[in-house]
Design a protein around this ligand. Structure first.
Ligand SMILES: *[C@@H]1O[C@H](CO)[C@@H](O)[C@H](O)[C@H]1NC(C)=O
Length: 276
């Protein structure tokens, strides 16, 4: 009898321990989603809230969202929350224009939920699959897409510049007008540098190998073709005649600076020739 009581006690103890350890698995608070780990929402079913600490409507909605999150386990979804002030990349990707914004995510399809916002409403969205009535966001606004990623980067850059601006004014006490002058100069400099890089890149990828002939040559080209060839042969023959094959290279070097002049003299010589 005493042993059986002990067994009951042990079983009860195990059950208590199990429920205690099982509870943490149950979602209690909304999961923070960040710029760095947002791709996790592409797996499973999610409800996301975009909020900001300064937004009054978000503050009054916080309690509802927290309550809804406790239902996440039973509804078999994850409930996430995104602070747009800390994750500007995501507010760009999802093109968040009002706060709080709610999104439903399933099978990498994103639906913006604009319906009623009481906890019971939110539960029925999932439980009765009301989300299926909402049109998913179109391909060009898909948060996974490259263009929305680029937009996210712009939002990040804008946030960064705003951070720099407030540091300049608040921490270093730089007057506003000077900040604008500095940003204007920086903008022009960045433009110049980008332009220079573009020119250098073009030069590297499309080098200007072809140098057009001077107009006199072009004019005589059809009739001069044959004579040009003979001229070239003559030049090399002059260089190679007195010396052997191995010594022709230094001689060619010596001839090199004279070449443009000799070309011109060739031209002058050739004109009477062609007239003959
Ligand atoms: C994303 O990261 C934050 C903190 O870095 C963490 O608290 C959160 O659980 C992560 N979210 C996901 C969906 O992994």
């Amino acid at each position: 009898m005493y042993g059986l009581k002990g067994l009951y006690f042990i079983v009860a103890f195990i059950v208590v321990i199990q429920t205690a350890t099982a509870n943490p698995n149950k979602q209690k608070a909304p999961i923070t989603v960040t710029d760095g780990n947002w791709t996790n929402v592409l797996e499973g079913e999610w409800m996301l809230e975009f909020m900001a600490p300064w937004c009054p409507a978000c503050k009054s909605f916080t309690e509802t969202w927290r309550e809804f999150a406790t239902w996440g386990h039973d509804l078999d979804i994850s409930v996430g929350v995104i602070d747009v002030t800390e994750n500007p990349g995501l507010s760009g990707r999802f093109l968040v224009t009002s706060l709080p914004t709610l999104y439903h995510v399933k099978n990498s399809e994103f639906r913006r939920y604009t319906g009623a916002r009481k906890t019971t409403d939110l539960i029925s969205v999932i439980d009765e699959k009301k989300w299926a009535d909402i049109e998913p966001v179109s391909w060009y606004r898909d948060p996974k897409s490259i263009q929305m990623g680029v937009l996210g980067s712009f939002f990040k850059a804008a946030m960064f510049i705003r951070g720099v601006y407030s540091t300049m004014t608040d921490v270093y006490g730089i007057p506003e007008w000077l900040c604008y002058v500095i940003f204007a100069v920086l903008t022009i400099l960045v433009g110049l540098i980008l332009g220079l890089m573009l020119v250098v890149c073009c030069d590297n990828f499309f080098p200007a190998k072809y140098i057009p002939l001077p107009p006199e040559r072009l004019a005589h080209k059809p009739s001069d073709d044959r004579e040009d060839d003979t001229d070239i042969i003559d030049d090399t023959a002059d260089g190679q005649k007195p010396s052997g094959e191995t010594e022709s290279i230094p001689e060619a070097k010596e001839n090199a600076p004279v070449n443009p002049q000799s070309d011109e003299s060739d031209l002058r010589k050739r004109q009477p020739q062609s007239a003959d």
